[in-house]
Design a protein around this ligand. Structure first.
Ligand code: 5CA
Length: 423
């Protein structure tokens, strides 16, 4: 991709209305553009990151047998009246009427719809267990949308819904999902902190939130510091960690001086709520003896668009974003510092073409702008590797390969570069 053709309207100035670093950097890097409070367009850099995140989620969901669907963003109000949540959801729900005056709504979440789909088609215990998920837009008319896409009104969520025959099966599914979440967030370069949580509007009896620690987080977490170095999932599940709503100093198993208190960004939330929706919406199967059984359900969310901001909160420096390789918008950027020089142009174009042909995602900055601006944009956008092409070095047959994170520079002949990126 040539930067001269690429739609990334970067800017030097920090926008006046942005308070946290991820919001500032996303605006400055030309990743998002505000449409209304809490509603954003996602420009190419951001869209590419969101696709990388989605792909990791897809792979980890598929690994545990969770199947991808697309529910609808527009739902009929009838389903919510049936579950009893239509009135309870209040002003956060965006309510819509069609031309016949029939009541609809824009999905804030899809438990009702998943349960409805299930009851239409699954009639026997043989259809269980079943887990369906989607990655789709949601709308919640938050009172206080803020921090850019961190707390938006329109946001992209991965939401999964599981159906099991009995509590033992449902607990197994919940634990599988817990493990899949740990793997998912680690693959994005994050250190997830799972905390016991209350289940709020979703309802139910078991719930964990997954957090990324950051001073700008909106939640307060109380935890045993061991959780930060816990390597296996059982240790993660059994180590004390709770969200503020659940914290009770009188019952915490740690002394106050052993207890860690930090701010966290909630990037995922999983719930086991049993028969809440299957019973209220009369979704049942027949067991082996022909008896009616209401399945045990859970739902499992990941804030996909919020993750883009959370990753930036966790990985940036004073010059800009530092993307972890697994979610970076491009693998590498080529910075031709002398676009008017024939030799530099030839080498840069050759690197771009040979990398692209090998499936390495490369952004070639071919723009005629100052060297300072070019380097500043590259650091701002945060692609993990920079290939820097300068006149003097190229005369000796070398280019520079710079690591965005460590700032280390290696010199090498251009022919050697590709070997570093082909896996
Ligand atoms: N139905 C359940 C699970 S599928 C559910 O909706 N859970 S949730 O309300 O906790 O949302 C799931 C995840 O979406 C949250 O953990 C958070 O990461 C993200 N999220 C929730 N509200 C917003 C918002 N206003 N802006 C951005 N992301 C959000």
């Amino acid at each position: 991709m040539l930067f001269s053709r690429f739609f990334a309207p970067t800017s030097k100035d920090a926008p006046s209305d942005a308070q946290i670093i991820s919001h500032i950097l996303m605006l400055r890097a030309g990743m998002i553009s505000q449409m209304a409070s809490g509603i954003y367009c996602w420009l190419p850099l951001a869209a590419r990151v969101m696709e990388k995140i989605s792909k990791i989620i897809d792979e980890e969901q598929s690994r545990i047998g969770s199947q991808k669907v697309y529910f609808t963003t527009i739902q009929s109000a009838d389903l919510w009246i049936e579950s009893g949540r239509y009135d309870a959801y209040g002003k956060e729900m965006l309510r819509i009427k069609d031309r016949k005056d029939a009541p609809f709504l824009y999905s804030p979440t899809n438990e009702e719809q998943a349960t409805d789909l299930f009851r239409k088609y699954v009639k026997s215990y043989r259809g269980l267990p079943l887990c369906l998920y989607q990655i789709h837009w949601k709308f919640r008319d938050e009172i206080r949308p803020r921090f850019g896409v961190m707390r938006g009104r329109e946001f992209l969520m991965k939401d999964a819904y599981s159906f099991d025959l009995d509590p033992a099966g449902a607990t197994r599914t919940y634990q599988q999902m817990f493990r899949a979440y740990v793997r998912t967030f680690r693959r994005m370069g994050l250190t997830p902190v799972p905390v016991q949580a209350s289940s709020g509007a979703i309802g139910g009896n078991m719930s964990h939130e997954f957090h990324v620690l950051a001073d700008t987080g909106e939640s307060t977490l109380y935890y045993d510091q061991k959780i930060l170095s816990a390597s296996d999932d059982d240790e993660l599940m059994s180590t004390f960690a709770v969200s503020d709503e659940k914290y009770d100093a009188a019952t915490a198993p740690l002394r106050e001086d052993e207890l860690m208190v930090s701010k966290g960004i909630e990037v995922g939330h999983i719930f086991y709520f049993g028969k809440k929706y299957s019973e209220s919406m009369n979704a049942f199967v027949l067991d082996a003896n022909g008896n009616k059984v209401y399945p045990e359900m859970g739902s499992y969310g990941i804030g996909v668009s919020r993750l883009v901001a959370a990753i930036i909160e966790a990985s940036h420096d004073d010059r800009g974003i530092v993307w972890p390789e697994q979610v970076a918008p491009f693998d590498v950027t080529v910075l031709n510092l002398y676009p008017d020089d024939a030799k530099c142009r030839e080498i840069a174009a050759w690197i771009h073409d040979s990398f692209s042909a090998s499936g390495v995602e490369v952004l070639y900055d071919d723009r005629t702008i100052s060297i300072g601006e070019k380097l500043a944009d590259a650091d701002l956008i945060g692609i993990p590797w920079q290939i820097i092409i300068g006149k003097k070095k190229i005369a000796t047959g070398l280019v520079e390969l710079k690591n965005r994170k460590t700032k280390e520079i290696e010199e090498m002949p251009p022919e050697k570069l590709l070997g570093r990126f082909r896996s």
